[in-house]
Design a protein around this ligand. Structure first.
Ligand code: NJP
Length: 236
């Protein structure tokens, strides 16, 4: 009875590493990304022998999210693990932030987590089991300057998860957040492997945290894992 996981934002970066790691643990996958790159990543994972359903969908679009979860349930019959990883960010002063940029980060980082979580819950409730892991951020626990919109989305996610976790506890569903500091990915229009990111968290560090949460003994919930590069200032 293999487990089934949906990983959002798995085209590249942390999401791709999370999908790769879960696959290595024998988990069947449905991976979601908004660009065509998701199909390339699926092909790569398939070539490594995993079972992967490739879903191009924007997590901030209600219709596309509904469709993606319907396809996953039609294909696998259940979802044991949801990893809410898709996220975008930009860093500038509040006066430089446009209304469009504000709406965009809230759509993907916050509304996206609401839409996917809402979609997965009915089947998890029916199965009386499920684990929902959301990649938030250490900035969801302490504010940083020049990132007000991004920081606000991650504080919002923290509140959302904390509230829903209590609603679904009686159904055997557990929810947790992984709150990383700087990770070497493609985040905020950057590239993976840039030299100034040498000491940053690696995508496999995030995958390891997700794996620990997802495979924790059934009687416990790992509420939160906070991690940051040793070279980074301590989150306060
Ligand atoms: O970023 P990146 P990360 N619908 O840019 C996908 C958090 N975090 O891996 O849509 C569906 O390499 C996109 O795929 P595609 C961060 O907030 C990061 O670092 O096909 N998917 C890609 O696979 C986020 O929650 C840092 O282009 C959408 C992925 O998301 C998570 O870590 C620090 C989408 C982004 O990959 C992973 O981000 C921190 C949409 N609308 C928290 N829009 C950090 N990197 O330093 C984008 O504290 N994607």
């Amino acid at each position: 009875n293999e487990k089934v996981a949906v990983v959002t934002g798995a085209s590249r970066g942390a999401g791709k590493a999370i999908a790769t790691r879960l696959m290595a643990e024998g988990v069947k996958l449905a991976i979601i990304g908004s660009s065509e790159q998701i199909h390339e990543t699926s092909k790569e994972l398939n070539e490594n022998g995993g079972e992967v359903l490739s879903l191009q969908a924007d997590v901030s679009d209600e219709h596309q999210v509904k469709e993606a979860f319907k396809k996953t349930l039609d294909h696998y019959g259940k979802i044991d693990i949801l990893v809410n990883n898709a996220g975008v960010g930009f860093f500038k002063t509040v006066e430089e932030t446009t209304t469009e940029e504000w709406d965009k980060v809230f759509s993907v980082n916050t509304k996206g987590v609401f839409l996917t979580t809402r979609e997965v819950l009915p089947s998890m409730k029916e199965n009386k089991s499920g684990t929902i892991i959301t990649i938030s951020s250490d900035v969801g626990r302490r504010a940083i300057p020049n990132g007000s919109a991004y920081t606000a989305t991650k504080y919002a996610v923290q509140g959302f998860i904390g509230s829903v976790a209590q609603e679904v506890q009686e159904y055997g569903i557990r929810m947790g957040t992984v709150n990383p500091g700087a990770i070497d990915t493609y985040f905020a229009d950057s590239n993976q492997g840039e030299t100034h990111k040498e000491d940053w968290l690696k995508v496999d560090d995030i995958a390891e945290a997700v794996c620990y949460m997802a495979s924790a003994a059934k009687h416990m919930v790992v509420d939160e894992i906070m991690l940051h590069p040793l070279s980074q200032e301590y989150p306060r």
